[in-house]
Design a protein around this ligand. Structure first.
Ligand SMILES: NC(=O)c1ccc[n+]([C@@H]2O[C@H](COP(=O)([O-])OP(=O)(O)OC[C@H]3O[C@@H](n4cnc5c(N)ncnc54)[C@H](O)[C@@H]3O)[C@@H](O)[C@H]2O)c1
Length: 337
């Protein structure tokens, strides 16, 4: 199948590209490089042995998207492109809605124009908001608590309306939990510029002494050790979830479905730090600080629907997540010297 990956040079997009090519698909990357580098396409060539075309463009450029869909005879789109920093979305909601919602409208217009109706959308567990119960299953009420989460929810609502208007669409909304880890090659991984927003790359930089210490916000939550609990899922498991979603869309007769992608296991910040220290052999100096406003104490996924509908479960362990992150950290540091 010819598959377009918007945001294809980003963290999750690049790992999914490697998985799809290994499964025999032809992948075209489309990215404006606002949070990734063109060299990821070269690294993917090293990993897969195939040259992956990269179109440098913005998803809000509907004409370029339509042209790309036609030129490369695209049959399905996986839509990763988006901005994802919760704090930035609070400061600048207009930019977030323009990019995440406006960008998706542009993509759907392009897909409609050329008659492509198969779409996998990168949604997020943030659409659930404050837990009414745990684990979150897909029937849990939605209620995002920040502009980033609301931009994802708006897109889900738009896709729901689209699927009801035209039952010919095949749409999978994948609600990711907390993707971490890296490809075994160490050539691609999560490599944010500046100070990382997410815990795992922050921990990796502290372990490598690029940052002095980790501040853990909140140590008095109602969790086993008082620190926040999340459902960390290996990015290569997540990548395989996209392949499973595409296969299931091609077989299914439902125009839209929503699926959690997580492990179903809650891991605390201190557990993650401990596992990372063991995997890397480095110490991760950390201090405990007050809770941060807006942080949820704990959440994790009910993964029964992913298993039943996609035949997918996460296989990799917390140790695999930490080891691959450390391998990438060391490899990329050498590559950048
Ligand atoms: N990483 C996470 O923790 C997480 C969790 C839940 C959902 N998601 C969602 O998954 C998707 C991928 O996340 P990621 O972690 O790989 O992020 P990422 O920033 O590494 O990748 C996103 C890619 O999209 C590109 N992009 C952004 N806006 C664009 C635009 N207007 N036109 C073209 N390209 C554009 C960026 O350059 C980047 O390469 C995002 O939509 C994100 O919201 C991520």
């Amino acid at each position: 199948m010819n598959i377009l990956l918007t945001g294809g040079t980003g963290y999750i997009g690049s790992h999914t590209a490697a998985t799809l090519v290994a499964a025999g698909h032809r992948v075209i990357l489309y990215d404006n490089l606002c949070n990734s580098q063109a060299s990821v396409a070269d690294r993917l060539q090293t990993i897969t042995g195939h040259a992956l075309p990269l179109v440098v463009g913005d998803i809000r450029d509907t004409a370029l998207l339509s042209k790309t869909l036609t030129t490369h005879q695209i049959e399905a789109v996986i839509h990763f492109a988006g901005l994802k920093a919760v704090g930035d979305s609070v400061k600048d909601p207009v930019t977030y809605f323009d990019n995440n919602v406006g960008g998706t409208i542009s993509l759907l217009q392009a897909m409609k124009a050329v008659g492509i109706k198969t779409l996998v959308f990168s949604s997020s567990a943030t659409v659930y908001g404050v837990p009414h119960y745990l684990p979150y299953d897909e029937k849990h009420p939605t209620g995002a608590i920040n502009p980033y989460g609301r931009s994802k929810l708006h897109v889900e609502e738009l896709l729901s309306d689209l699927a009801h208007a035209d039952a010919g669409w095949r749409i999978a909304c994948l609600r990711y939990f907390n993707p971490v880890g890296a490809h075994d090659s160490g050539l691609i991984g999560e490599d944010p510029s500046g100070i990382p927003n997410n815990l795992m790359p922050y921990v990796a930089r502290v372990a490598s002494k690029a940052l002095p210490q980790l501040t853990i916000f909140g140590s008095d939550y109602d969790t086993p050790d008082g620190t926040g609990v999340r459902d960390y899922v290996h990015v290569m498991d997540l990548a395989e979830g996209h392949l499973a979603a595409l296969i299931s869309l091609s077989k299914g007769d439902s125009p839209i479905r929503y699926t959690n992608l997580g492990t179903g296991i809650g891991i605390s910040v201190l557990q993650l730090v401990d596992a990372f220290q063991r995997a890397s052999g480095q110490t991760v100096p950390h201090i405990l600080a007050a809770r941060r406003p807006g942080d949820l104490p704990a959440y994790y996924a009910d993964v029964a629907k992913a298993k039943a509908e996609l035949g997918w479960t996460a296989k990799r362990t917390l140790e695999d997540m930490c080891e691959s992150t450390w391998h990438f950290q060391v490899t990329s540091r050498h590559a950048n010297k």
